[in-house]
Design a binder for this molecule. Sequence first.
Ligand code: 5GP
Length: 202
Amino acid sequence: MSIKNEKKGSLFIISGPSGAGKTSLLSEIIKRDQATEQKLTLSISYTTRPPRKGEIDGVNYFFVSQEEFQAMQTKQEFLESALVHEYHYGTNKKWVEQQLCQQKKDIVLEIDVQGAMQIIQSDMKCCAIFIFPPSFEILKKRLTDRQTDTSESIKTRLENASQEMKLGKNFDYGITNDDYETSLHKIQQAMQCYRDMQVNTP
Ligand code: 5GP
């Protein structure tokens, strides 16, 4: 089955540096969508990262061993994959194909910039949205305040952020997340624009 030619749902990518706020924005978008239109389904990624406190296997991620991830990679089961801050992350290609082509659902991927670039540079149609932090200082504060990462990990994430932000220009939309409600509104607008384009383009 060709994902390119038979795609029926729309594929959205939300990406940006760690700490830009993509997870909280996206979970609110999904929550609001579920309460209203129920158009959007979030892809659950595979990762070799160990679960954080409160994270559930199959809900937040599919937590797999290095060997399991490697085996999936060898069998080309990922639509995209990346090594992010020392752990592997990947999107299940077959699941995305099924949801888009058979279930005709709109799928959203919350993935890092390397993975997003793999899809943007492929021949797959998607709407890619980049979330920028308002400033480097605010990014640092957010990463520190959320208390999920060690200071070493925060340092790595900040170093990566400046490189990642240079790639923002390759995305369809860039949204600076300085006001939560405004950012939500802009993401919803971008998604609606893309859907309208899909419907109206012969
Ligand atoms: P965290 O470990 O904080 O949950 O995620 C670290 C980074 O990995 C985040 O930027 C997140 O968006 C990204 N990520 C999560 N799932 C995937 C995936 O399937 N592919 C890629 N490339 N990145 C992912």
